[in-house]
Design a protein around this ligand. Structure first.
Ligand SMILES: [Zn+2]
Length: 186
């Protein structure tokens, strides 16, 4: 199998942005083989918006490779339940630790937390966390479209963006449905 993948090169059609969480390995969840998925994993499966090329943009560089070099047809932002990165974000007081790379990284989806706290202030912490995990996926979907080489392909119909949520409590996969603006069973 590997010899074939070397001879023919890799041609994955699906790029996944997943979380580093050890329980949510995309290849295992989707029962995929080497060569099937181009996977980017970071804390809380976040996509930053297009920015100046200052700094070291690991996630963005990997996205660029998947889209411009490999020409993937789908990008899936794969969120999940019980996400430690989102839990960190929900504990707002922790977001100001000057020496934490995680705090700074999670500020990418601070708007998700703000909207959850505004819309469901009375909900339990578990429900707020779940809502924030799902809202953060939508922020990343929006950020994906700030890259011209992604939005152009989406407009041409050669690239489709998906927001999926793996509910590890139930072993259930949910997908964002734009019509109902909610996550529904796939
Ligand atoms: Zn996570």
């Amino acid at each position: 199998m590997y010899r074939k993948l070397v001879e023919n090169g890799q041609t994955p059609k699906v790029l996944i942005v997943g979380c580093c969480d050890s329980r949510v390995d995309p290849a295992l969840i989707f029962d995929c083989a080497p060569g099937d998925l181009f996977v980017i994993r970071n804390v809380a499966n976040l996509v930053p918006p297009a920015e100046d090329r200052v700094g070291h943009h690991g996630t963005t560089a990997a996205l660029e490779y998947g889209v411009r070099n490999l020409d993937v047809a789908h990008i899936v932002v794969l969120g999940h339940a019980q996400c430690g990165g989102i839990r960190n974000l929900m504990q707002a007081e922790r977001l100001n630790q000057a020496d934490s790379f995680i705090d700074d990284w999670m500020k990418l989806v601070e708007t998700a937390r703000t909207s959850v706290m505004l819309n469901m202030p009375e909900a339990s912490k578990d429900k707020q966390q779940r809502a924030c995990e799902q809202q953060a996926i939508l922020v990343s979907l929006k950020n994906l479209q700030t890259f011209s080489w992604i939005s152009e392909r989406v407009d041409q119909g050669s690239l489709t963006l998906h927001g999926w949520y793996f509910d590890i409590d139930e072993g259930q996969l949910l997908g964002y449905d734009a019509d109902t603006q909610s996550f529904i069973k796939l």
